[in-house]
Design a protein around this ligand. Structure first.
Ligand SMILES: Cc1ncc(COP(=O)(O)O)c(C=O)c1O
Length: 456
């Protein structure tokens, strides 16, 4: 068990510190892989020419830190479970700089209402009594819950009292609380849309739940297939504008979904992540309004304002509030008090509505420019999901490989995603893109599609 350790170049003023640092570095950089057996203290002290106590102490320290594990009979090995793990190797390929952001997840960051936000923050700072600067209520600041209850009722038809709203640090974080509360309540399996937003399944798996995919077609989740499953305690859907297909759930499916939840005493988790944006169709209310006792409704400021705010909310049936907020307190995940007060102020003064009216006009223009450019550069590609949200879906011809298009497009500096389903399709976001750049972005995208369609 030869171990190459260079104590001369290791950091530390004592031999023991240098030995500890050399071992830590070896583990962190992956040179000493998990499970690697280290020499005995007797062998290593002889090899390094140090006293045995130095090696014994260094091994004990790194074992306490979780880098090493020491078991009777097995000697000392680099820890495999818990403790520290080497990071995944860095991919060698250098990602080119993003020239055009076609990501479906980002609104127009340059249009963030900085002035209105600064004024709202200033007002919160000026007017909040000192005690509002203590640890925020783990359900959310009462001012924000009050403002959200009114805003969601009038803009989305959500029926809720302020005390059923849990304010969270982004919807992703809030979903983690909800899944843990369901799991503590005995739920083992939940269903998600396939294809769907990866964060939904990931947060559920992280909370220890089994996840069953249910297909999505042009009318949204195929509820018949959900009904055929056993033991599913909840289903997550994005009925207003499904990610990544852009499908809007049909009225018949909405009714069938609510009936399923009633019949199975199950929970529908409604992801209303970008419902503020709709262009050529009548606004469709949240399904939460149809059956508040069976629906946990999630919304977020990530698309209406900016993802960097990390402000979101879940409206949940009353029985989940206590366990979610107890968990929130334990995890310390509450969003910052002043920012919550600022958002409440922005809503109450009508500034959020004003901002959204401006953004809808902007995004409609950008979407129209995108559709025009697509009809010129990619006339044979079918476009879907353009009536709402911040992205469209391009259905590629069957012979075009989706991963190949993404690879070519990313290589020329386009940031974008694929649908990842059986039929090739890509998702093109148009919000965080200057209108003047849409033509050249689509030109580059069309070249990537053509390159992927050409046999090598
Ligand atoms: C479909 C969908 N749902 C939910 C979220 C979560 O939003 P956040 O955690 O930023 O509030 C996102 C984020 O991009 C999303 O795309």
């Amino acid at each position: 068990m030869e171990l190459h350790l260079d104590l001369r170049h290791a950091l530390g003023t004592t031999l023991r510190a240098r030995l500890e640092n050399a071992l830590r570095d070896g583990i962190r950089t992956g040179l000493l892989a998990p499970g690697t057996r280290l020499p005995t203290s007797r062998a290593l002290c002889a090899q390094l020419g140090v006293s045995r106590g130095v090696v014994v102490d260094a091994y004990a320290q790194l074992t306490a830190e979780g880098y090493l594990s020491a078991r009777q009979g097995a000697g000392t090995t680099v820890a495999t479970k818990g403790g520290w793990r080497p990071p995944a190797p860095v991919r060698a390929a250098v990602q080119p700089a993003v020239r055009h952001d076609l990501s479906p997840f980002v609104p127009a960051l340059a249009a963030f209402p900085r002035g209105a936000w600064r004024a709202a923050l200033n007002r919160a700072l000026r007017t909040a009594p000192d005690d509002r600067l203590g640890l925020p209520d783990s359900t959310g600041m009462p001012e924000l819950r009050q403002a959200l209850a009114g805003y969601l009722a009038r803009s989305r038809g959500v029926r809720t009292a302020p005390d059923q709203i849990v304010v969270c640090n982004g919807l992703r974080q809030g979903l983690g609380l909800l899944w843990s509360a369901l799991s503590a309540d005995g739920t083992q399996r939940i269903a998600v849309e396939d294809p769907g937003w990866g964060g939904m399944a990931q947060t559920a798996v992280d909370a220890g739940l089994d996840v069953v995919p249910v297909p999505v077609d042009r009318h949204g989740l195929v509820v018949e297939q959900l009904a055929a499953l056993d033991d599913v305690g909840a289903v997550a859907v994005a009925p207003a504008h499904q990610y990544p297909t852009g499908a809007v759930m049909s009225p018949a499916r909405r009714a069938a979904l609510v009936a399923w939840a009633h019949d199975h005493d199950a929970l529908i988790v409604e992801d209303d992540y970008d419902a503020e944006y709709r262009y050529d169709r009548e606004p469709i209310g949240a399904i939460q309004g149809l059956a508040p006792q069976h629906i946990a409704y999630g919304g977020s400021a990530s698309k209406s304002l900016a993802p960097g705010l990390r402000l979101a909310w879940l409206v949940v049936p009353p029985q989940y509030v206590a366990s979610m907020t107890a968990l929130q307190r334990r995890r310390g995940g509450m969003p910052a008090a002043l920012e919550q007060l600022a958002l409440a102020d922005l809503i109450e003064r009508g500034e959020l509505d004003r901002h959204l009216r401006r953004q809808r006009r902007r995004y409609r223009r950008q979407r129209d420019a995108l559709l025009l450019a697509l009809s010129e550069h990619l006339p044979s590609v079918e476009v879907e999901g353009e009536a709402a949200g911040l992205f469209v879906v391009l259905r590629l011809p069957a012979e075009v490989s989706e991963p190949q298009v993404l690879e070519y497009a990313r290589a020329v500096g386009l940031a974008l995603d694929g649908v990842g389903a059986a039929e090739p399709a890509i998702v093109v976001g148009y919000a965080n893109l200057a209108e003047a750049a849409i033509g050249s972005a689509v030109d580059a995208l069309a070249a990537s599609v053509r390159a992927a369609a050409t046999p090598d």
